[in-house]
Design a protein around this ligand. Sequence first.
Ligand SMILES: [Mn+2]
Length: 215
Amino acid sequence: MSRRTATLSRNTNETKIQVSISLDGGDISTSDSATASTHAAQNSKSQSIAVNSGIGFLDHMLHALAKHSGWSLSLTCDGDLHIDDHHTAEDCALALGSAFKEALGPIVGYKRFGTGFAPLDEALSRAVVDLSGRPHSVVELGLKREMIGQLSTEMIPHVIASFAQNAGITVHVDCLRGENDHHRAESAFKALALAVKEATTRTGGNEVPSTKGVL
Ligand SMILES: [Mn+2]
């Protein structure tokens, strides 16, 4: 089976983003600015991950999403952080969603639905994903702090929603319990990763997984 990959650039007056993704891991073209980062870079036998958004905690979350989804991912962003974190966080998620959708291709021969539960110490999150072709998200993380590192906590559900928007998928992500906001957020991204990994599993067939016969 061929690997599912995509590479794209997204440039606006607010952010300039490059992203390469392989849903099946393996080698990937990695830009110099991504590898220059020590924020969230990891090379293993099966995955190559380098994320440099300019926001350390966002890098940490996208790294976790990539790692536990089984992706290889290179993402760099030169964003207007002199304003705040909003455009950078949102646009990185939109670009990642677009790359994911392109790599995924038509929703044919996919499991379609996926569920993930991930704890991080006292925190526990649940994610449910449907490769529906209809972007929709419900994200309830119950974060209490204003910021985690340099990322506003209000941007964390917005990142997941923006990813779902451009990925064209339905996601429901809930943090079910937890005291520590870093743990709550990280468990949410890990749960999302597990759900995405399951939903994007290839069945080996070429059927459209829908009663309508089309997605
Ligand atoms: Mn962490």
